[in-house]
Ligand binder design. Sequence first.
Ligand code: WQD
Length: 341
Amino acid sequence: MDTIIVTGGAGYIGSHTIIELLTKTNFNVVSIDNFSNSTVKSYARIKEITNKTFETINIDLCDNDRLKTELSKIKNIIGIIHFAAYKSVPESVANPTLYYYNNLNSLNNLLKFAHDQKIKHFIFSSSCSVYGNADELPVTEKTPLKSAESPYGHTKQIGEDIINYVCKTNSDFNAVILRYFNPVGAHPSGKIGEFPLNRPNNLVPIITQTAVGKNSLTVFGNDFDTRDGSCIRDYIHVSDIADAHVKALNYLIDGENKKNVSLFNLGTGNGVSVIEAITSFEKVSGKKLNYAIGGRREGDVVAIFANNNLAKTELKWAPQFSIDDMMLSAWKWQLNLLEEN
Ligand code: WQD
């Protein structure tokens, strides 16, 4: 049976993608995760939701010897979906070398392994952060990249360049680069979702934790040049992101890609401000959120949202969830987490 390697499979987007792979394809799935920003509990949650089993390997992809030793034991690998990376904008600003080391060494080791094992299909988790403060909105895949506003975004720009050069020099290697906008929300079952190990940096888990009294929310600036002064983002449901990965994999395996490296924006195309996201949460949860207005956060871009037409036409993909759906699913997951603890 053809096997797909999912790195970061215990993580937020990785776990939701494994659920889609197990329920919508016949691929054998192997998850690689060292739990540096995830929990092994994710695997049990995936099995509960899908009633399927899959192999898991606990290695650090920066350890090239262990990567080669462990992954060489796996048979019939036809593709790799590479999620494993550190992804916090503020953390990368505070600790840039950690991000350059981890995000780039793991990618290089994996690409070398794919080359040596003649694995033909590779999907790379990139990010809207590569655009920086774009001059035009919505951004298309052809929008010129500004210098990234954070080391996190810079590691994704460099990662894309590496993959472009690998594909340029190896016509047998086919890659899809997926630029996520802001993945939020939780699986509709309410049985799995974002599970930050430490205090989260990103907005939606802070909103839901604030609503249950486990955190406090500060809006980082309301003096931006936007309709309500707060930053604008393109929030997209994590299950829509997961669905796009299955479609991208089939796009490569079925040979529908016109070039051996393809690039797609994964966003809804709707810009939502921080205040609007909070208002949506209050509406669907019935909870009034207390929050403070604070200063701007270093590394933040003012506004960004996607033109997603290319993914719609090429991958036959379309986001299904609204911002209200996203907030309600995040809220359901937060309440389930409360019951668990
Ligand atoms: C969103 C907005 C904050 C927390 C994202 C993903 C990251 C990567 C890059 C995909 C910003 C504001 C936040 C808070 C706030 N995506 N905010 N108070 O920075 O857009 O990064 O894109 O790989 O993984 O997180 O997301 O959720 O941190 O911030 O006001 O306590 O919410 O200023 O405007 P960001 P975020």
